[in-house]
Ligand binder design. Structure first.
Ligand SMILES: O=P(O)(O)OC[C@H]1O[C@H](O[C@H]2O[C@H](CO)[C@@H](O)[C@H](O)[C@H]2O)[C@H](O)[C@@H](O)[C@@H]1O
Length: 373
């Protein structure tokens, strides 16, 4: 078992739920205080103060709902100016397929290590999260990929669930947004060391997450289409099948539950609100942890490639930019702010890219054999 220090942020005073100043996609159950009203000096009545607080609270809920809408493709209308925007975005974030030769050139002489998100990357987005199966062809491709390069799946789902979808024992898995890491069995072909890679930096949060999950299941019963998913170290509240006019009501429900848990925070994915511990741990930290576990901590000749479609994958893209190693690939058809270097439009393109990586690995090895003979 490998261990690391994890800092748990301690939010003590009164709660509010608001949009994080520097990143509108992140919501934090934070220690913000309500506006101070020095008694006696200002002639503001208690009722007025309460009214103001209510207005602030509503503004925050509106910000949530705006952000929920912004992440919804149904709100992106196709116009000529949008087509221009799409074209200029593609120029800044070229297709990883078009740039394939360039990518291979950049990785030459280095060890490629593959990291992939699951939903929306290896499997298409579907309405029912329990039916987000990956195709047999995709599984076969990932199996071949793992024969060529160390390969990890990094997902918001709990480890067991993502493993049951992927079903490849030779991979590394980081479930619950990287808070539940497990490698292949020790001594196996893909883990020659005598140590099994296991890491759970948020284990103390298990009872709290379980409690929040049960509360949310009860409370969302009044919102048709809403679904709560227990992802072990985090909870997902899905609104993909909720009528848009009910989104604000759902945001209120989640807020009312979360305000009792200052040690939990909220982030947003694709039509999903994700509740997780306020520890400084994310998919980026999981990527670093796995590189270290694989023995590439201070290596200059490692080339990590991270493919993902979600806002939570941005943490991993940023780590790669900061390290100046490898690159991130964003899976998206529409322009998004990103720290990735390249793009792929959908899981079928991801599969095409992985297949080309496998082919180029075998071609390079044949070349090597020829040189050695
Ligand atoms: O990090 P990921 O592997 O991408 O996991 C993020 C969330 O993915 C799943 O939800 C998303 O996919 C569902 C199935 O296609 C879709 O119905 C939902 O709207 C998407 O948000 C998963 O169910 C969540 O628990 C993950 O947090």
């Amino acid at each position: 078992m490998t261990s690391k220090n994890v800092v748990v942020s301690d939010a003590k005073s009164s709660l509010a739920i608001g949009v994080h100043a520097s990143n509108s996609s992140i919501f934090t159950a934070s220690a913000q205080k309500p506006p101070a009203v020095p008694g006696g000096y200002l002639s503001i009545s208690k009722a007025k103060v309460l009214k103001n607080l209510e207005i602030n609270g509503n503004a925050r809920i509106n910000a949530w709902v705006d952000s929920m809408k912004a992440s919804s493709p149904t709100h992106i209308k196709s116009t000529p100016s949008l087509a221009d925007e799409q074209n200029s975005w593609m120029l800044g974030l070229p297709s990883a397929l078009d740039m394939f030769e360039h990518i291979i050139e950049a990785s030459r002489g280095k060890q490629i290590v593959m990291f992939m998100d699951y939903d929306g990357t290896l499997s298409p987005i579907v309405d029912d999260p329990d039916r987000a199966f990956m195709s047999k062809k995709m599984r076969a491709t990932v199996r071949k990929l793992a024969k060529c390069f160390p390969t990890a799946i990094v997902s918001g789902r709990c480890l067991d669930k993502v493993y049951n979808f992927v079903r490849l024992a030779e991979l590394y898995y980081a479930g619950s947004h990287g808070m539940d890491i497990k490698g292949p069995e020790k001594g196996s072909k893909n883990n020659k060391s005598t140590e099994a890679v296991v890491f759970q930096p948020a284990s103390e949060f298990l009872p709290m997450i379980d409690e929040v999950y049960r509360e949310l299941v009860e409370k969302i019963k009044s919102t048709p289409g809403a679904k709560v998913e227990n992802n072990k170290f985090c909870v997902s509240v899905h609104f993909r099948c909720v009528e848009e006019k009910k989104w604000s009501e759902l945001a209120h429900v989640v807020k009312s539950v979360l305000k009792e848990y200052p040690k939990l925070r909220l982030s947003q994915g694709r039509k999903v609100l994700e509740i997780r511990p306020t520890i400084k741990w994310d998919k980026g930290k999981a990527l670093e942890f796995l590189l270290e576990s694989l023995g590439f901590a201070n290596c200059t000749d490692v080339f990590p490639v991270y493919i993902g479609d979600d806002r939570t994958d941005e943490d991993a893209f940023k780590v790669l930019r900061e390290r100046g190693q490898g690159f991130g690939i964003l899976v998206s058809k529409t322009p998004k702010d990103t720290s990735a270097f390249y793009s792929l439009q959908e899981p079928t393109e991801v599969m095409g890219f992985l297949q080309r990586l496998v082919e180029s690995f075998y071609m390079a090895n044949q070349e090597c054999k020829k040189v050695l003979l």
